[in-house]
Write a protein that binds this ligand. Structure first.
Ligand code: G6P
Length: 614
């Protein structure tokens, strides 16, 4: 949460910082600010409450001049979303400016100590301790990097920090402690960048290196020097990120989310490329760390994740149990990390974490490592913290996702889990050649089936007209569709602010049914699978109580159409593949309802794409 950026080079820093912040706004948008070192050596932060647009407007006629600076877009933790609490924060003398992502857990005692030494605070934030600590070291003539290392030693918790000082006008120092947010260093032509995340850098450079927890970097326009927080030198490899500039603009789409929903046929193909052999009917899962012998010895698989990734993990659990016949369970990373789970070296922990930086998932992975489990992570970005903790990474290859609510990352995570389950099933001798032929022939159809679902959005626009003003929705699914019902409800809550619940349909009579009346839309996921009859009974029960059933059903199912108020059809497919087809209706229904309600689809209130604090 919070987006941070720094630039030092030959060009005017302010426009680059503002552009970078616009790419990081998905990480928080309570306030924004920049501080630029002026040619005369001044550095006054300019900040605004609210979204970045407010800051851009204030700066429109007087952009701060200078070629080195830092910027921040905030997701408030300590102190309200006011302009005083916006970053960058400075020390008493305006010598240093700091942007921070994370929580200074001991800020109360630090603030007391610093105030008793005469420091004057101008915000309510925990972050402001950092510039004052830096000030106290810099005043002892320490270079900025040494002051930063000392400061890192004083603050508890997990952090990503970038600092600039008037005493070292062409230098930025960044450090990272623990798992709060990433820091990526971008290498340009006599210019350097630091940012929380790739999207801010990709328009300028594709040569990057990632800072790990416990590391610091000093950047000048010419180079970057890395060290650990004890001052020991660290060697970094600079990697090249494949970048398609087209993916970073909305193009003809009204929102990034809509564009990303429409990219799903293509990214599904990317996720399978080189991994699924459509003629040999085999899976070759690069990055999966276990040998065949280890796979055969596995006693248990535990899948973890948060939010949408947690729902993918829940589907993965069904696939792994049914296709590889190994005991599997799924859990929220935030629960798993604190429940002292019983796991050992015969357990495989699969973490789903597209950003590679979700604090709870990283902590849960750390817990699993301590207990000796083998680990694979499903992630979208190289070099991120999750990829460092796991024994191996399956990259989900969804490309950049900018909309805060996940769409294509969900589909690519699901697909990666499906491939993983097939791989485990083959190696454990559960799936034979005939089974694999069947699964892979169907996977070959997936991009096309996804494409057909996107061809006409008329039904969603109609449903939005009909239901957008309803205050509550119930989503029901059984078996492998239950996590999809949860995901549908989550999508709707996230972007339209309508209250929605996702339930296993069998639970309906144990409580939720009392909510059903003629005002309650009930979205029933009812493909023609083994549980079809059971779902039909639930649809009947909901309809009998006046509930307006929106059935998401298999193409050609006319029976359900006679019971439900509305039907969204998905292509006919095996029950194994169907969850991958249910994702799009869940996304498009929420999207159209949110648009109809005039909600801010790409940047819903209070949310952030990457949750880097607990
Ligand atoms: C946030 C995002 C969700 C995402 C979740 C987990 O809540 O808003 O879209 O599913 O984090 O993110 P991860 O990067 O761990 O997959």
């Amino acid at each position: 949460m919070c987006g941070i950026i720094g630039y030092t080079g030959r060009k005017a820093a302010a426009p680059i910082l503002l552009d970078g912040l616009s790419k990081l706004e998905y990480r928080g948008y309570d306030s924004a600010g920049i501080a630029v070192m002026s040619p005369s050596g001044e550095m006054s932060p300019r900040k605004s409450q609210g979204k970045l647009a407010a800051l851009v407007e204030t700066l429109a006629d007087r952009m701060p001049e200078g070629r080195t600076g830092i910027g921040h877009t905030r997701w408030a933790t300590h102190g309200g979303p006011t302009s005083d609490n916006a970053h960058p924060h400075t020390d008493c003398l305006n010598e240093v400016a700091v942007v921070h992502n994370g929580i200074v857990e001991n800020f109360v005692e630090l603030r007391e100590e610093l105030e008793s030494e005469g420091h004057v605070f101008s915000s309510e934030t925990d972050s402001e301790c950092i510039p004052h600590l830096l000030e106290s070291y810099i005043s002892q003539e320490m270079p900025l990097e040494e002051a930063a290392r000392k400061t890192a030693g004083r603050i508890r918790g997990a952090h990503a920090v970038v600092a600039a000082s008037r005493r070292d006008p062409n230098k930025l120092v960044a450090f990272r402690q623990g798992n709060a947010g990433g820091i990526v260093v971008g290498y340009g032509d006599r210019e350097m960048f630091v940012a929380s995340d790739l999207p801010a850098l990709l328009p300028y450079t594709s040569s990057v290196a990632y800072l790990a927890g416990g590391e610091a970097v000093v950047v000048t326009p010419e180079d970057a020097r890395y060290m650990d927080l004890d001052g020991g030198e660290v060697h970094k490899t600079v990697t090249s990120v494949p970048y398609d500039p087209v993916t970073a603009v909305k193009g003809e789409y009204k929102h990034f989310m809509l564009k990303e929903i429409h990219e799903q046929p293509e990214v599904a193909l990317d996720a399978m490329r080189g991994r699924v052999s459509f003629d040999r009917h085999t899976i070759d899962l690069d990055g999966f760390p276990l040998t065949h012998e280890e796979v055969r010895r596995l006693k248990r698989v535990v899948l973890i994740g948060m939010g949408t990734s947690m729902h993918a993990a829940m589907v993965g659990r069904y696939w792994i149990e049914s296709l590889a016949r190994v005991q599997a369970e799924s859990d929220n990373s935030s629960e798993f990390r604190y429940r002292d789970p019983v796991i050992g070296d015969d357990t495989l922990v699969v973490s789903v974490c597209q950003s590679g930086e979700t604090a709870d998932t990283l902590a849960a992975m750390g817990e699993a490592s301590l207990k000796g489990a083998r680990q694979v992570t499903l992630c979208n970005y190289e070099g991120t913290q999750a990829t460092r903790i796991a024994d191996g990474t399956i990259y989900i290859r969804s490309g950049l996702e900018i909309g805060v609510a996940g769409s294509k990352t969900f589909t690519c995570s699901l697909l990666s889990l499906y491939m993983l389950a097939l791989h485990l099933g083959v190696v454990r001798g559960v799936l034979d050649e005939r089974d694999m032929r069947r699964h892979i022939d169907e996977l070959a159809q997936l991009p096309h089936m996804l494409g057909t679902q996107l061809a006409d959005e008329g039904i969603y626009a109609r449903l939005a007209r009909k239901y957008a003003r309803r205050p509550d929705f119930l989503y029901l699914g059984r078996g492998i569709e239950y996590p999809l019902a949860m995901e549908g409800a989550l999508k709707l809550k996230e972007i339209s602010y309508i209250h929605a619940e996702g339930y296993p349909a069998g639970e309906m009579k144990h409580g939720p049914i009392s909510l059903i009346d003629e005002n309650m839309p009930v979205v029933a996921l009812i493909p023609q699978d083994a549980l079809y009859e059971k779902m039909l009974s639930n649809v009947n029960e909901a309809a009998a109580r006046g509930g307006k059933v929106v059935a998401v059903a298999t193409e050609g199912d006319s029976h359900v159409a006679s019971l439900a108020a509305d039907v969204i059809y998905v292509p006919r497919a095996s029950s194994t593949l169907t969850p991958l087809l249910m994702a799009i209706p869940m996304q498009l229904l929420a999207y159209h309802i949110a648009v109809r309600r005039g909600a801010d689809v790409d940047q819903p209130r209070n949310l952030a794409k990457s949750v880097t604090v607990e």
